[in-house]
Design a protein around this ligand. Sequence first.
Ligand code: ARG
Length: 229
Amino acid sequence: GREKKADGPKVLKVGTEVTFPPFEFREQGSKEITGFDMDLIRAIGKKLDMQVEILDMDFEALIPAVKRGNLNLVIAGMTITKDRQKIVDMSEPYYTSGLVLVVGKGNTAIQKPEDLKGKAVAVQIGTTGEVKAKQLTGEKVRGFKTNEEVFNALKEKTVEALIIDKPVAQYFINKHHPDVVIVGNTFETETYGIVMRRHGELTPKINKALAELKNSGEYDRIYEKWFGK
Ligand code: ARG
């Protein structure tokens, strides 16, 4: 007879938000979702002998979807924070990052975080950048669903600055927006983690697979593919 396996889903339903290059994005003209996170989660899927199904959603909808059980996990350049850990499990860190301030070239009015007071700043809704922008501007924050919209708002000068993760800022500047610049250093260090249901059986499995990929050198190969040596 047919036996039912008791070891969880064979298909991993993975949520992400695809305007976050080089972690998750679509190459121009392509439907396929690619990036560092995508390679990492596919490698993890292989280790767990599970099929990976990627679903693109609004960033702010990702954690609620894990909580409801509509997704098995999320990989989306998501920063490990105390607030998120109250709602979901987060894996061991897999990438070290931080937020930066970005302005139009030649904007001399904004040279440090304190200069943002009262200024309009663009962010992606639901991100740590949104939290930071609210602290620094005193609530004058314009939230957008996608990071394309965040950068376009700066280009069209409907905002004076934006706040986003540094590697993503660098990617957008290099590929699409040579007319904007990063101001200063990153705010505090942030690390990214994979999101899973709280106290679920997946958490130790994902952490184990991640550790194995780090030990075998496979993590390093994926890292070098996207970020160089
Ligand atoms: N690291 C930031 C955060 O956790 C931004 C992540 C945005 N990710 C994305 N796929 N759009 O809030």
